[in-house]
Design a protein around this ligand. Structure first.
Ligand SMILES: [Zn+2]
Ligand SMILES: [Zn+2]
Length: 280
């Protein structure tokens, strides 16, 4: 019997996004089995325009998502929140500023997965990982993170230093010159930020964001949540013990919870031993 209560897992996907497995109920069962008592489904947002359609549910499938999250709520011992991972992209406000508030979301996670997107050219997406232009990728990415914060659309920022996914990073001074202003914008927007444990299974082998960035976020009183970014049910809560210890190391004593997009703060318990950690 697992007596240690891990923080809620506020980042999970499902087969609806075309690159993950299982339904929300499978994630809820797996989360419960991992000792969690709360989670959020945060499927990639459907949009009514051709923005990266390969990685999100079709717009007409949103009602299926709502039904599936309801179905997941039948799992005993765990609260299942309705969330969404909503991409920030150039021009997204046209749709998201009206649509997000109309839904019954508990938690809206904001993320940037691509640089350029032109609403008139659906294949104009640019990756954030070009090894031949690391500074350019990071600069454009963090410019969008500032815009994401300024948009006022979101409760929390996802995987903040995502461009490091394959291991490429700019020099520390350059990185600092991009990240600190982005954190200032998040703080001004009263947004939280997640510790995303999926980085430990990506090439970079480090959570998002780095301990350095977490420490800068703590200095700005940016609240934290925890997310596995699970694309398979068995990843729910993965490395959460380790993530809580990192948060404590960065100086955090509290973490954020959300209901109906209202934030409350609860004490952070740094878990001494996680039962579920990825191999280093
Ligand atoms: Zn994401
Ligand atoms: Zn995600």
């Amino acid at each position: 019997m697992n007596t240690i209560v891990l923080p809620p897992d506020y980042h999970s996907h499902s087969l609806l996004c075309k690159h993950a497995e299982g339904r929300p109920i499978d994630y809820a069962r797996a989360a419960r089995a991992a000792g969690l008592t709360e989670m959020a489904c945060t499927e990639h947002v459907p949009v009514p325009e051709p923005f990266d359609p390969e990685h999100r549910m079709d717009f007409e499938e949103f009602s299926v998502y709502l039904d599936w999250v309801d179905e997941a709520r039948s799992v005993e011992g765990i609260d299942v929140l309705l969330g969404i991972e909503a991409d920030y992209y150039d021009g997204c406000e046209h749709f998201l500023s009206a649509w997000l508030p109309e839904q019954d979301f508990d938690y809206v996670l904001g993320s940037v997965h691509y640089n350029g997107y032109d609403r008139d050219q659906q294949h104009a997406l640019t990756g954030v990982f070009d090894p031949n232009d690391i500074e350019g990728c990071w600069t454009e990415y963090f410019r969008r993170i500032r815009l994401l914060a300024d948009s006022g659309l979101y409760d929390a920022a996802a995987h903040l230093d995502l461009p490091k996914k394959f291991g490429a990073r700019p020099a520390p001074d350059y990185m600092e010159s991009l990240v600190k202003p982005a954190l200032d914008h998040l703080a001004r927007a009263n947004m939280a930020m997640e510790i995303n444990t999926s980085g430990w299974i990506h090439d970079v082998r480090e959570q998002y964001p780095s301990l350095q960035i977490l420490t800068w976020a703590r200095e700005r009183d940016i609240p934290i949540t925890f997310g596995s970014d699970s694309h398979v049910p068995q990843r729910m809560g993965a490395d959460f013990g380790r993530a809580t210890r990192l948060a404590a190391e960065a100086g955090y004593t509290e973490r954020a919870e959300f209901r109906k997009r209202k934030r409350t703060m609860v004490p952070l318990i740094a878990v001494p031993d996680s039962t579920k950690e990825s191999a280093e």
